[in-house]
Design a protein around this ligand. Structure first.
Ligand code: ADP
Length: 170
């Protein structure tokens, strides 16, 4: 309902979706982007596409992703900066999986300040760790994502989330 009143006030919907791996960011993003007709910017999807295409960015990102660690901030910030310049982002966008570190959040603040604009809404999805592990292992059976089949890699992603990403919400 709050999202609806925001759009009815004519605000440009720049939205951030926060949540641990497996919390359902991608699932909710699908609903939100359709409802408001804004593009979903998933850094994870963009990185997987780059890995698949074998681009220099993909080659750089792959080892970090396979281990459950984060791709370096400079790589991510450069990628997002290019993406939000595209025409389809003029009326808003939905970030899914970004910003994932305080440094990324600060860089985003700078980018948006330069454009004299701001984030309208931050939504945080809160799910227990037990449920997250179940969901990720289930997703791993069908997603083709190697980082979802290995419990050690999943646990590493939670540790990274707790240390690096949860401070972003504050
Ligand atoms: P999940 O939320 O299930 O971990 P994502 O698709 O968001 O999945 O991310 C998969 C991997 O891509 C992460 O484990 C990380 O290595 C990399 N990644 C995605 N987004 C970022 C980001 N904003 N900063 C750094 N690394 C990222």
């Amino acid at each position: 309902q709050n999202l609806k009143s925001t759009i009815y006030r004519g605000a440009i919907l720049r939205i951030i979706l926060l949540g641990a791996p497996g919390a359902g960011k991608g699932t909710q993003a699908t609903f939100i982007k359709q409802h408001f007709n804004i593009p979903q910017i998933s850094t994870g999807d963009m990185l997987r596409a780059a890995v698949k295409a074998g681009t220099p960015l993909g080659l750089e990102a792959k080892s970090f992703m396979d281990s459950g660690g984060l791709v370096p901030d400079a790589v991510i910030i450069g990628m997002v900066n290019e993406r939000i310049k595209e025409a389809d982002c003029a009326n808003g966008f939905l970030f899914d999986g970004f910003p994932r570190t305080v440094a990324q959040a600060q860089a985003l603040d700078k980018l948006l300040t330069l454009k004299k604009t701001d984030i309208a809404i931050v939504l945080a999805l809160d799910v227990t760790e037990k449920e997250l592990i179940n969901r990720l292992l289930n997703r791993g059976k069908t997603s083709g994502r190697s980082d979802d089949t290995n419990e050690d890699v999943i646990k590493k992603r939670f540790t990274v989330y707790t240390n690096e990403t949860s401070p972003v919400a504050d």
